[in-house]
Design a protein around this ligand. Structure first.
Ligand SMILES: Cc1cc2nc3c(=O)[nH]c(=O)nc-3n(C[C@H](O)[C@H](O)[C@H](O)COP(=O)(O)OP(=O)(O)OC[C@H]3O[C@@H](n4cnc5c(N)ncnc54)[C@H](O)[C@@H]3O)c2cc1C
Length: 424
């Protein structure tokens, strides 16, 4: 199976990660170095469904999602079992089945309903930033048509939830069964496992082994430059030591011996038309204080913007204590506790957005922490069969936009396309 060796031998993972970390350090240095261990809120429970009142295609997708059957199919012998029915597990299963229709592929998911008969519906409401050609060939014609109508400029413009549902429907169309990770594959024969669990499949304890790999060659001082978003970036200092430290099953980046992590706050459903006024008002803060205003790539009437704020440790600690569910900005502004936790840097931004927005939103999401890692793709075993890792299980994430999905999908496409070419 040459796609496995394609995935295992790809050397770009560490190079890409390093590029991303250097870029983030240059831009958000103050936010990346934090003394305490990562605090991560549960992803699933933190996100609630928005009342979108969706027009046209979004409504069509939502209706299709509601009638999608997520039942588990029970025990299956198979050639390949993909652990994790997130976007990358789904895309991997589709690629496999398309390339080798006779291969018996099954998907295995952990999130199940209380009675264990079906997977829980997808809920993640964050927008993806993925070039359309990377996913077009994976979707059913019907879903592609709906999603195409929402995206623009060559990008898809839906939430991860909608992409996951659409990819899931494509696996159903290909006859790929979905199994429950509790027991369904216990006695089954599996020739090859794929870990697409987003890094949740434990390999061994996170005992620190102490090995360190210096990342040589930080870019030389080339003066002030501007990146794609127009942000001013500054080079790493000559004495800075960026290294990867090995923690038993993952390499984590460190700067001068301190582990990097980025705590975030995200504000969603902002009116994109506010962008110019936002920049006029908060120019200095947006360019120098770890703020990233992202405009969606959708048709105008469905478009929305996001503001991603890197948090200092003090801001994270304060907000984490009082803000644990999605709320509107006006609710946040009415809470003395939240406003005080937002502090002098973020408080005025939130108040300004709440004041200037017309219509529903924006929403303040709970804080979350991103702690990047790379897992080496060494040959490994799982339940006596070989296992290979994909997606967030290998590498999280891309600090330029908190978006790891696009490079993961691109890598999959490359791995499976190389195989196709080598067969010609
Ligand atoms: C808070 C947050 C905000 C983000 N914002 C964005 C954004 O705006 N845009 C963007 O593009 N990306 C964003 N990302 C990144 C993006 O969500 C990830 O890159 C992407 O979801 C990774 O996909 P994956 O399939 O590798 O892993 P996941 O999406 O984590 O999927 C893993 C799946 O495996 C299942 N699973 C776990 N353990 C097991 C097990 N033992 N057995 C079986 N199944 C298991 C899980 O239930 C899950 O369904 C964000 C990430 C976070 C944490």
């Amino acid at each position: 199976m040459s796609w496995i060796s394609n995935l295992r031998t790809r050397q770009t993972v560490i190079a890409n990660a390093r590029k991303g970390w250097i870029c983030a350090l240059q831009r958000n240095r103050d936010f990346l170095l934090t003394p305490s261990a990562a605090k991560t809120l549960s992803k699933d429970s933190s996100y609630t469904r928005f009342n979108l009142d969706p027009p046209l295609e979004l409504g069509v997708l939502e209706k299709r999602n509601l009638s999608t059957d997520l039942s588990f199919h029970g025990a299956q012998n198979c050639d390949v079992a993909v652990l994790g029915a997130g976007p990358i597990g789904l895309a991997t299963a589709i690629w496999l089945k398309r390339r080798a229709p006779k291969l018996r592929v099954v998907l295995v998911e952990r999130r199940s309903t209380e009675d264990g008969s079906a997977a829980r519906p997808y809920t993640r409401e964050w927008l993806t930033f993925v070039k359309a050609p990377v996913v077009w060939s994976l979707l059913t014609a019907e879903d592609r048509k709906s999603i195409e109508a929402i995206g623009a400029k060559g990008f898809i413009g839906v939430t991860i939830k909608n992409l996951e549902f659409a990819l899931f429907r494509a696996t159903q169309a290909l006859g790929i069964p979905l199994c429950n990770h509790e027991g369904d594959l216990d006695g089954a024969e599996v020739r090859q496992w794929i870990d697409a669990t987003g890094g949740r499949l434990p390999w061994q304890g996170m005992a620190e082994l102490g090995a360190e790999m210096p990342l040589q060659g930080a870019p030389a001082d080339s003066g002030e430059t501007f990146d794609n978003f127009g942000c001013r970036i500054r080079p790493l200092l000559p004495d800075d030591k960026l290294a990867l430290k090995f923690y038993g099953d993952a390499w984590r980046p460190t700067l001068n011996q301190t582990e990097l992590q980025v705590p975030y706050l995200k504000i969603t459903k902002i009116d994109p038309k506010l962008k110019p006024a936002f920049f006029e008002r908060f120019f200095e803060r947006a360019f120098t204080k770890g703020l990233y205003f992202w405009n969606g790539f959708m048709q105008p009437e469905m478009n929305e913007a996001l503001l991603i704020c890197c948090l200092t440790q003090a801001e994270l600690d304060a907000l984490d204590d009082c803000h644990r569910r999605v709320c509107s900005l006006s609710e946040a502004c009415a809470s003395e506790e939240i406003m005080s936790a937002l502090g002098p840097r973020l408080g005025p931004i939130i108040a300004w957005l709440a004041e200037h927005q017309q219509g529903p939103g924006p929403f303040l999401e709970p804080t979350f922490t991103w702690a990047p890692y790379v897992r080496p793709r060494l040959p490994r075993q799982h339940k006596n069969a070989s296992i290979v890792t994909v997606g967030d299980s290998v590498y999280t994430g891309n600090p330029q936009a908190g978006n790891g999905l696009a490079p993961h999908l691109f890598e999959l496409k490359q791995a499976f396309t190389i195989r196709a070419k080598s067969q010609q």
